[in-house]
Design a protein. Sequence first.
Length: 301
Amino acid sequence: MNESSGIREYIRDMASLIERELQLSIPSPWAIPAPLRESMMYSLMAGGKRLRPILVLAAAESLGGSPEAAVPAALAVEMIHTYSLIHDDLPAMDNDDFRRGKPTNHKVYGEAMAILAGDALLTHAFYSVVQSAKKHNIPADRVVDIVEELSRLSGAPGMVGGQAADMLGEQGVTKLEELEYIHLHKTSDLIVFSLKAGGRIAGATETQLAALERFGTCIGLAFQIQDDVLDLIGDESKLGKPVQSDVKQQKVTYPYFIGIEASIAKAGELTREAKQAILTADFPRPERLLELADYLMKRDH
Ligand code: GRG
């Protein structure tokens, strides 16, 4: 990878690396039932942006670590993200027929196989971290910290808790703090895991881990606010108009509470705060993380 390449090339190259490794990471066709493997691969390779694994690699790089050693944690977080999307789309949850422009997993493989593919990806994520940490001689205490954090941030106190709060909130989220709780757990927690795992693999200090946590919390919330804004402003002509007049506005989102312009401003503030956390914690090579924070704010999908 060319040191001075632009952020778009960096993202493209890192995403291809992740995709090659994901292809190799799932047990061979003769080791597991073929339909289960197909169902897992279908969603893993369905065209995600690979944001979380790229953050793992960029965090390792920001400390001068090698991306190779960080790959297993990067694969693990993408497997957990993928399982969460498969389960989120099920009839018992969002009941979606399409994701990323393709039929959802249960539409192709049936509900039972989609549940099992999600379960298998969740479990395989932990196997992937532990097995390849051994291969790369990652010290055992770092591996234990990574596994502990992955369990917490993807589980009940993390992403699953955020999803449960979101489901319960469908009865009526009335305060911005309740919405922030949902976003912080449903979205930011896996992003925080990604950054801290990359940091831990590259030997981050406690101060640097705290900075990565702040960075992840802020860009995760900014990412979700921007998602809500992008959802709402299919066309820019809606900017400046009161959000209540938008016919698409049925969900309780950040713009619902504070309006579109204030939401855009809030996402910008969070991005600045995220970058500041990194800039004050003495990272030897912070450039990619800073560029990624800016890139996420400029995305249009
Ligand atoms: C079912 C346990 C369980 C959790 C589901 C991830 C999730 C929690 C729900 C999906 C709906 C949603 C909007 C979640 C917020 C997080 C988020 C923005 C997910 C989409 O992430 P991207 O944009 O997805 O990185 P791609 O498709 O690029 O991988």
